[in-house]
Design a protein around this ligand. Structure first.
Ligand code: ATP
Ligand code: MG
Length: 449
């Protein structure tokens, strides 16, 4: 669908001139004679860009701008101003207008400005589409089968609808980011944005203005006004990831904002009410980080109102098979592969591995497996070599409910024998049976093969 430009001007001659210029550039144009009509059209035809006169009877360009952004926050708007109203136009840009052009209108100005605005609109929509897609892809269920994970999820559900700060701890790859999104999605603020700040990824010099924003002229090079993450997270959730990696002076400033519920932009003197729910995460032990001087104690107490801890995957082996199955399904869909599950020996190998990179490592291993797999099921050979060849037998076996006892018995005997390097005496002792039984079973298996 071609983007539509909506031209708003109370003078018909102007509307027609603009239309002629834009149509010749291949742009689809609609027009409205006043703000009210324009708003109606914005709701109905969803233009990409509004090119509006500033001075109009009834609703002027500024009012239209504010009302229009309520309807479509991605809307680009260019204002046309005549005599001595440039200051108002500058004001309008602070309120979200994209640009302005001064009258008398010059064809080249119009074409260039409209082009640029349309390009930006396309970028913004593309970003939004990508983000929505990502959100959707990530909004999949939080998988937790083990008793510990069930308990964490239960607690998370209980605290989600409060405004209390939450501190999420756990090794890298255990799902802290996912849990933060889960909390936001189950909170009354789910329709507002969740804004993430990765405190280890931003250079110190930028972090302060990233968090709080700035006003024009706050420092050399600060041209317009910049929204900070606190601004963007208004009425939503602010996720502070890797909280212990933050500069300590800034930690003090953050604490003040969390305590007083207000802040100022850099170079600004207006006090702004902070209205955001804060979730913080760290892969360190926060108490230890306090002792070692990486985290201010007072900030720690302020954030640690509710603690959710995600245990490492090796401490919850019950989750491995379910997560593995889940990742096979999602990645098979993503890569359009017709793969339905995992072979039993592949599951055994997954259960035996210690997963130092936790769920992220498991997910990566299975995405790779899905891509490599040439059968209908992910097999042992498809797993990363280190996982597949663990030089020995697994310490645990996995059985679907309903697996025939004969099969359970056979896999159990084989795995135990492998573990004791074929020593039948030992295997029989471990399994609580006799060597005679083991020999008999082996003979049966040979026959039935
Ligand atoms: N319980 C789970 N169910 C489904 N997917 C999970 C689960 N836990 C983690 N994942 C997936 O594993 C990957 C890693 O999770 P995430 O990024 O949330 O970890 P993290 O703890 O934030 O790691 P880091 O400390 O490195 O930032 C993500 O793709 C996430 O979707
Ligand atoms: Mg993370």
């Amino acid at each position: 669908m071609d983007p539509i430009v909506l031209v708003v001007d109370d003078e018909e001659a102007n509307r027609l001139t603009l239309e002629r210029i834009l149509v010749r550039e291949g742009v689809a144009v609609q027009h409205a004679a006043d703000g009210k009509e324009a708003l109606q059209l914005i709701r109905e035809i969803r233009p990409a860009l509004v090119l509006s006169d500033l001075k109009m009877p009834n609703m002027d360009g500024m009012e239209l701008l504010r009302a229009a952004l309520e309807v479509d926050p991605d809307l680009e708007m260019v204002l046309m101003t005549a005599y001595g109203t440039v200051e108002t136009a500058v004001e309008a840009m602070k309120d979200g207008a994209y640009d302005f052009i001064t009258k008398p209108l010059r064809r080249a100005d119009i074409v260039r400005t409209v082009r640029k605005a349309l390009e930006r609109r396309a970028l913004v929509s593309e970003n939004r589409a990508l983000r929505d897609e990502l959100d959707l892809a990530r909004s999949e269920d939080f998988i937790g089968h083990s008793p510990t994970m069930r308990q964490v999820l239960e607690e998370a559900r209980q605290v989600a609808d409060s405004l209390a700060s939450v501190l999420i701890t756990g090794e890298s790859g255990t799902g802290k980011g996912l849990l933060a999104r889960y909390l936001h999605r189950h909170s009354p603020r789910r329709r507002q944005p969740m804004v993430t700040v990765n405190l280890s990824a931003l250079p110190e010099s930028l972090l302060e203005s990233e968090l709080f924003g700035y006003e024009p002229g706050a420092f050399t090079g600060a041209k317009g006004r910049k929204q900070g993450r606190f601004d963007m997270a208004r009425r939503g959730t602010l996720f502070l990831d890797e909280i212990t990696e933050m500069d300590k002076a800034l930690q003090a400033k953050l604490l003040r904002v969390l305590q007083d519920g207000e802040y100022e932009r850099l170079g600004g003197n207006k006090t702004i009410q902070a209205d955001t729910r804060v979730i913080a995460a760290t892969n360190r032990d926060p108490a230890q980080a306090v002792l070692e001087g990486h985290l201010r104690q007072d900030l720690f107490y302020r954030l640690d109102v509710i603690r959710l801890h995600l245990p490492p995957l090796r401490e919850r082996p019950d989750d491995i098979a379910v997560l593995a199955q889940h990742f096979v399904t999602t990645h098979a869909t993503r890569h359009s592969r017709d793969i339905h599950g995992l072979a039993p020996d592949a599951i055994d190998a997954l259960m035996a591995w210690s997963w130092p990179g936790n769920v992220r490592e498991l997910e990566n291993a299975l995405e790779r497996a899905v891509v490599l797999c040439r059968q209908e099921m992910v097999g042992l050979d498809d797993l990363p070599p280190a996982v597949a060849q663990q030089g020995g037998a697994p310490s645990q076996l996995f059985f679907e409910i309903g697996t025939p006892l004969k099969q359970v018995e056979r896999r159990m005997i084989e795995a135990t024998l492998k573990r004791v390097h074929g020593d039948k005496e030992r295997a029989a002792r471990i399994l609580g049976t006799t060597t005679r039984t083991l020999y008999r079973r082996e003979a049966e298996w040979r026959q039935n093969r």
